[in-house]
Ligand binder design. Sequence first.
Ligand SMILES: *Cc1c(COP(=O)(O)O)cnc(C)c1O
Length: 400
Amino acid sequence: MNLDLAQARADTPGVNHVAHLNNAGASLAPKPVIDAMVSHLRLESEIGPYEAAERAQEAIERGHTAVGALLNCDSQEVALFDSASRAWTMALASVPLRAGDRVLISPMEYGSCYLSLLHLAKRHGVRLEVLPVDADGLVSVEELRGRLDERVKLIAMTHVPAHDGLVYPVALIGQVARQNGIPFLADACQSVGQMPIDVEEIGCDMLVGCGRKYLRGPRGTGFLFARREFAEQLTPAMFSLDGVEWAAGSYRFAPAARRFESWETNCAARIGLGVAIDYALAWGVEHTWPRIRQLAADLRAAITRIPGVTVLDRGQERCGTVAIIVRGWDAASVRAELQRAGINTWVCLENAACVDMQMRGLNSLLRVSVHYYNSSEELARLCSVLESLTLGRPMRVAAS
Ligand SMILES: *Cc1c(COP(=O)(O)O)cnc(C)c1O
């Protein structure tokens, strides 16, 4: 863990105000991201928004090339959106699916993705199949192989779910999908910026990511990677000016993933996303990831020693999310007590991962999610509040 923590914290103004352990929800942005966005907003107000966009053209386009550098793909294979859910539903709606076609998913899919699939099943007769999982919460590759036939038209799986520290071996899934020529859509919202991601290695045709979470980018940013050959077979479910090339009274779809993009965008947010990714690349995700994993492992070990607090995370490999329940306390009250002590966490309800939460009989849990800029001291403070809750003692921890 020889990462310059003092530098990471000096770059993050928010750490002076709060112990932020809600990075799976949205991280504290580093200073360069905040500065770039604020200065673009100011420029828009001073010289005009279109004119500011012309002047900042390079920084705006960096959004695409930075995602390309992060994921190991071409920048034309990247479409930017105002949320990852939008990116995901655009991908889903653009894959031609007809009544009787089968779509295979894991129980870990994010609420809004699962709901879109349910709706597709209801409205268009697509057959949605949730694959069974083992005690680690994982879909077995053999199980997946056994389910395949010519009616399977899409495999959609989450790399890291929103409510559990579990890391899915998506590259194994991708291998099976590729061998059988079945489109594979990976949801990397929780994993981009947290751990190294290479779309070639994963072998996915499409992958969706989120800007505000582990990438530490602005809210209202998400992206879709779509492999060129795959994307160019698709008709976007919706498109606008940027999605087409218009000439001599006729149009054709823009190359690769760009066909999915709309013209209007929040330029400051797009600039912020590019800067956030450049900032992450400067640290090196391969260098920050071991620290995240270690901090979370230390936290799980410390929490396990507190009687009455249970860690729910499964999986062979685990990441920065630590899901817990506290005996005698509902998750919302634990979160409120922690917030009073200056510690941010989040409550996951059933809709964070409808199928898995339901299968496990969980209607809520407390999600603690660490990033590399968090300190061991912050984690110790969290543990001492949890301990005092289980002992029913009045809180002595003051907000710093
Ligand atoms: C956050 C999240 C999403 C959705 O991202 P939005 O940008 O909020 O739409 C999808 N999948 C997973 C696993 C997530 O954690």
